[in-house]
Design a protein around this ligand. Structure first.
Ligand code: HAM
Length: 416
């Protein structure tokens, strides 16, 4: 038997239903907030990720799927969505002569060669949004609130952990202070952190291995190194989040794992188990660094698999179990023809229904209808049909009644 590659999964059953439910919620929200869909390639030139996500990040050094294609080009399966969106913005000159905010969203598969565990796969799905052309912290707040209210609408309780990484100058000063503080203690930290002190010192702050180490509890605070302008941006962000009634807390350990961030950054952390469901921030220099004009940007992404896990563990799924509104039961050829016709009318009127397409016995059809959690059964029989009637059973109350065949669609619409 050929099995799926390590770190991948087949989306099936209840997970597939939750995934569809999440996608619908995303589509509704994106329309309300005026975001447009963008779909970029699953593979891009390797260089794109080196220049955006960062040469020294865990993602680029350890986790990308890189290969040479048959034309000897260096290709990488996208580990995240932002780089491709920025590449597309530049290549298609989406910014044109616009002075409004350009709002884009995506929902697609990403690839990272990580150690698979619950909520961490090698192929996974991210929903993400990117807003370009505004440096106003009000858009940061709007972007943060979209993720927060998406979780809220899905029934997931979460807190947004926010931080400011400041501008390049503040970050440089802070990084120097952090390295000076950590260097004497570096042997007491994990082997990854011993490398990070020279390559990516900020990442030591959110090290999962050393998170309870006293040394990391007493590091200098980035808030003491921010410029007045960065402080003001962060302050404004907080007051906008208050207006939007987003549940947030300040967490100076949020540094994010990708190099392109500056200023305000955040993560969505589930209240139930403290899992990080998503994260994002400002990246005011990425468009320019990738060869475009100087355009500020802000965005976030969420892992759909982590949302599915949270929903499965914490939320009553009974409303997702219902597959169809109506099941139409038929046995002989004449009943089947009526069933087909009624089904067609119901479906064209947005009533979901199923028919017996396997020549099942009546007993088996009752079972199937129960499995599908049908609200109404239409139990066709030749005698009733000859009189122009349909036998309808309410599957919850088990009450049965006869309805005119000519009125069945209206009757169902009125009683569903
Ligand atoms: P990220 O924090 O690397 O940010 O990923 C965002 C989310 O994707 C994570 O919080 C997690 O839910 C999910 N995720 C990441 N890796 C995996 C994995 N191996 N398995 C399952 N889920 C995973 C970014 O990717 C940025 N591009 C976000 C962004 C958009 N920043 C600005 N705009």
């Amino acid at each position: 038997m050929i099995t799926k590659p390590k770190g991948t999964y087949d989306l099936l059953g209840v997970d597939a239903k939750i995934s569809t439910y999440i996608s619908h919620e995303i589509e509704d929200m994106m329309a309300n907030y005026n975001y447009e869909l963008i779909r970029t390639p699953i593979f891009e030139a390797t260089e794109l990720f080196h220049r955006s996500v960062g040469e020294n990040t865990d993602i680029v050094t350890k986790e990308t799927y890189d290969f040479k294609d048959r034309g000897d080009r260096s290709i990488t399966l996208r580990p995240e969505g932002t780089a491709g969106v920025v590449r597309s913005l530049i290549e298609n000159k989406l910014y044109g002569n616009r002075n409004d905010t350009i709002k884009l969203y995506y929902n697609g598969t990403m690839y990272r060669y990580e150690r698979p565990q619950s909520g961490r796969n090698r192929e996974f799905t991210q929903f993400g949004i990117e807003a370009f052309n505004s440096s106003d912290p009000m858009i940061d707040a709007e972007v943060i609130s979209i993720g927060y209210y998406l979780l809220n609408n899905l029934g997931i309780e979460a807190t947004v952990h926010i931080n400011s990484l400041g501008d390049a100058e503040s970050r440089k000063k802070y990084t120097e202070a952090l390295v000076a503080y950590l260097r004497p203690h570096i042997k007491e930290l994990c082997s990854d952190c011993q490398k990070r002190i020279d390559t990516n010192p900020l990442r030591i702050l959110d090290c999962k291995v050393d998170k309870d180490n006293e040394i990391l509890k007493n590091t200098p605070k980035i808030s003491n190194y921010l410029s007045d302008e960065s402080k003001d941006r962060f302050k404004k962000l907080k007051s906008y989040l208050d207006i939007l009634e987003v549940n947030y807390e300040i967490n100076d350990k949020i540094v994010r794992g990708l190099d392109y961030y500056d200023e305000n950054v955040w993560e969505y952390i589930a209240d139930s188990d403290q899992v990080t469901l998503g994260g994002g921030g400002r990246y005011n220099h990425l468009v320019e660094n990738l060869g475009g004009p100087s355009i500020p940007a802000v965005g976030f992404a969420m892992g759909i698999e982590r949302l599915i896990l949270n929903i499965k563990e914490n939320i009553d799924l009974s409303n997702l179990e219902q597959m169809v509104d109506v099941y139409i039961m038929s046995v002989n050829e004449e009943e089947k023809m009526h069933a087909l016709e009624i089904a067609q009318y119901l479906r064209l009127n947005n009533i979901s229904c199923e028919i017996n397409s396997n020549n099942l016995s009546l007993k088996s059809q009752f079972k199937v209808a129960d499995n599908l959690k049908a609200k109404f059964l239409l139990i066709l029989n030749t005698d009733d049909l000859n009189k122009g009637l349909i036998n309808v059973k309410d599957n919850a109350t088990k009450e049965e009644m006869k309805v005119d065949e000519a009125e069945i669609v209206d009757w169902i619409i009125g009683n569903i």
